[in-house]
Design a protein around this ligand. Structure first.
Ligand code: LMR
Length: 410
């Protein structure tokens, strides 16, 4: 062979998912990959998505399998942008704000992160990208492949199981340099479930502005985390509205909030500063150049579904209800797990489980305890102790709590 290949570690999240499917134990529980599950442990095609699909099928659109444009489905992109940025003010103000944003369709959230990283690596050349420690492991891979040097800022305070705001701020203050990119999770931080509060977001925005850092938002849970699309977009909208002289970008995923995981539905938005809107078209043009060379255009079906829903008042209202169903079931499972652990007097403190936000809990379980959960109880979670809460149900929460209690004691 002329190849020079050495093995790379398999992706932990999907390797674990494969192991879970191969496991034949009747009581197995998947708390690994971040996907929504019903109380029966089943996938949940959103009722609103099924309704939209039926309507689309009746329309028998002859164009449905045709190519779109390289930038993607343009009406979808406008809808995605409006959902993310939620423009305020009068018509002119809104037009001016929209003129700052270059949007293209991507292969879901991973694709948006990747396209953004590649675009910056070609056209901005950040000396460093700063990722939270810990972060979604794929962020590391994405920026590695884009060839941008990576460093981490503290994010998690292990002893108190809380957000290390001071650590983050002092590292970025002292070690980041002008032109560096800073990756920020818009809401429901993956894996810790710990988000900055509003005051802290304001301080982060001020720091980025003062030190001339480039904020790169990853928004994968809008509406899914709190149930409110406004609340989950608060940080992105704050930066956008209050720092008009700063550039930034957003990788937007529709995987979780519309349950369109395998349909790879997403968008990338580059936000120019208010005096550089004339470069917007050339930004789109260069993004299209990268897209064409990599995958020609994003896939069609997921965007068509999202567009159908968000252009209908009735379907949008249904979607908001579906978001409530998902986010409130997750919150109630956090409560259930916490209550069980308290009832069992499991050694340690567990309050963080109900205080964290979004799909995941960073449980604080050690790798050894995580392995024991898998080997002895067929309960699967990441070795960092990250648990996907939607894998819990009324039926298995007592079993999982008992299992955690046992591995913590032994
Ligand atoms: C996760 O972190 O489990 C999800 O975001 C799925 C993924 O792509 O890793």
């Amino acid at each position: 062979t002329r190849l020079n290949v050495a093995p790379v570690p398999p992706d932990e999240i999907f390797a674990l998912n494969g192991a879970f499917f191969a496991d034949t134990h009747p009581q197995k529980v998947s708390l690994g990959v971040g996907v929504y599950r019903t109380d029966d442990g089943k996938p949940w095609p959103l009722p609103v998505v099924e309704k939209a699909e039926k309507q689309l099928a009746q329309e028998n659109d002859l164009m449905r399998h045709e190519y779109t444009a390289i930038e993607g489905d343009v009406p979808f992109l406008k809808i995605a942008r409006d959902l993310m940025f939620g423009f305020e003010g009068g018509e002119t103000t809104q037009q001016e704000a929209k003129a700052r944003i270059a949007s293209v369709q991507t292969v879901a959230g991973t694709g948006a992160n990747h396209l953004g990283a590649l675009f910056l690596s070609h056209h901005m050349k950040p000396p460093t990208v700063w990722l939270s420690n810990p972060s979604w492991a794929n962020h590391m891979t994405i920026w590695e492949l884009a060839g941008v040097p990576r460093k981490t800022y503290p994010y998690y305070h292990a002893e108190t199981r809380s957000f290390d705001f001071d650590g983050m701020m002092s590292t970025l203050e002292n070690d980041a340099q002008e032109g560096d990119a800073v990756l920020l999770h818009a809401c429901a931080h993956n894996p810790t479930g710990l988000d900055p509060n509003k005051e802290q977001w304001i301080a982060i925005a001020d720091l980025c502005e003062r030190k001339k850092l480039f904020p790169f938002f990853d928004s994968a849970y809008q509406g899914f985390a709190s149930g409110s699309v406004e609340e989950d977009a608060w940080a992105v909208r704050y930066f956008f509205n209050n720092k008009p002289d700063m550039e930034m970008c957003v990788a937007q995923s529709f995987s979780k909030n519309f349950g369109l995981y395998g349909q790879r539905t997403g968008a990338f938005h580059y936000v120019t500063n208010r005096s550089a809107t004339s470069i917007r078209d050339v930004v789109v043009n260069n993004l299209c150049h990268l897209i064409r060379g990599e995958f020609s255009m994003g896939p069609r079906i997921g965007c068509t579904i999202v567009k159908k829903i968000l252009t209908s008042e009735e379907l949008t209202a249904d979607w908001h209800q579906d978001l409530q169903v998902m986010s409130s079931r997750i919150k109630s499972m956090r409560e259930a797990l916490y209550n069980e652990l308290v009832r069992l007097h499991t050694p340690g403190t567990w309050k963080h489980i109900v205080e964290q936000n979004g799909m995941f809990s960073y449980t604080g379980l050690t790798p050894k305890q995580v392995y024991a959960l898998k080997d002895k109880y067929h309960v699967y979670l990441l070795k960092s102790g990250r648990a996907s809460i939607s894998g819990l149900s009324e039926k298995n929460v007592a079993y999982v709590s008992q299992a955690i209690d046992d591995v913590v004691r032994n």
